[in-house]
Design a protein. Structure first.
Length: 246
C-alpha cells in the first residue's frame, strides 16, 4: 500500500548551505499494518511523512501510496490519504461538527455521507459531549480529536499520524491510541510517527528507527530485540542511534 524508495529531501539555507532532512528512506507498509516511525525531534520523521502526503516533493527518490506516484499522481494520492500533521490548526469559530462537515465537502462527500461519518467518528473518538461546541473553546485533547476526525472524514485507505498524542493527557492519549489500533483492525494502512516508546509497543507491527535523516534500522520488535540484544524499546532506540556513549 505504501512503498518508499530512497526518498531524499534537501533544503538550502543561506548560512548553513545544503541541509539533508531525509536521505535514502526506503520502506514498505502493507494493508492492515501499523508502521511506527520512531525518532527524536528533528530526526526527519515529519519531512518523510510530508513527502508521502505530497506536501513536499522529494529531491531524489520516490514513493507510491495506494498505487499512485507521489509526484505524478499527487491529487490521487491525497484522495486516498488522511494526513494528521503535528501543527494543523482549526477554525476557532466553527464547531467540531461544522469542521468535520467542511472537510467532508472538500473531499466530495454528500450530506448523508458526512452525517454518517460524523456520527461514527464522534463515537470512536468520544467527541459527543463537545461536538457542537466552538473549537476556540476546546482543550488540547478536544482539538486533536477534532483534527483527527476532519482528517479522516473521507475514510481513506491510508492514514498518516505525525505525533498524534503530543501534549495530551493520559485519557485523551489512550482514546487516540485505541482509535489507531481500531483503524488497523479495519484493514487500514497506518504510518504512526512518535517518540513515545510505550506507544510503539502497544501499536506498531513494524518499527523503523530514524535518526539524522536516515533510516538506521527496521523490523518487528522481536527482530529488533534479537538484533540489538536489548529488550526495552528505549534501550533498543538508544543503542541503534548510538546514544549514551562516552
Amino acid at each position: 500500500m505504501i512503498e518508499a524508495r530512497q526518498l531524499t529531501k534537501t533544503f538550502r539555507d543561506k548560512k548553513r548551505g545544503e541541509i539533508v532532512a531525509a536521505e535514502d528512506i526506503t520502506f514498505r507498509v502493507s494493508p492492515g499494518q501499523i508502521y511506527g516511525l520512531l525518532g527524536a525531534n528533528g530526526a526527519g520523521k515529519t519531512t518523510t511523512l510530508r513527502m508521502l502526503a505530497t506536501l513536499l516533493q522529494p529531491s531524489r527518490g520516490g514513493a507510491t501510496v495506494a498505487g499512485f506516484d507521489i509526484v505524478r499522481d499527487a491529487a490521487k494520492v491525497r484522495a486516498h490519504v488522511g494526513f494528521l500533521a503535528a501543527s494543523t490548526a482549526l477554525y476557532g469559530r466553527l464547531t467540531a461538527r461544522e469542521m468535520i462537515a467542511y472537510f467532508g465537502r472538500l473531499n466530495g462527500l454528500t450530506g448523508a455521507q458526512i452525517k454518517a461519518r460524523t456520527q461514527q467518528l464522534a463515537a470512536d473518538l468520544e467527541m459527543d459531549e463537545f461536538l457542537d461546541r466552538r473549537c476556540d473553546k476546546f482543550s488540547t485533547g478536544m482539538k486533536q480529536k477534532t483534527s483527527i476526525a476532519r482528517t479522516l472524514v473521507h475514510d481513506p485507505a491510508v492514514m498518516i499520524f505525525d505525533e498524534p498524542t503530543l501534549g495530551l493527557d493520559v485519557i485523551a492519549a489512550r482514546t487516540i491510541v485505541r482509535f489507531v489500533r481500531d483503524c488497523r483492525n479495519r484493514g487500514k494502512t497506518v504510518i504512526y510517527s512518535t517518540h513515545v516508546m510505550s506507544e510503539v509497543e502497544k501499536l506498531c507491527d513494524v518499527v523503523g528507527i530514524i535518526h539524522g535523516g536516515k533510516l538506521l534500522a527496521e523490523g518487528t520488535l522481536p527482530e529488533l530485540r534479537a538484533r540489538t540484544g536489548e529488550t526495552d524499546v528505549e534501550e533498543i532506540f538508544v543503542k541503534t542511534v548510538g546514544g549514551d556513549q562516552p
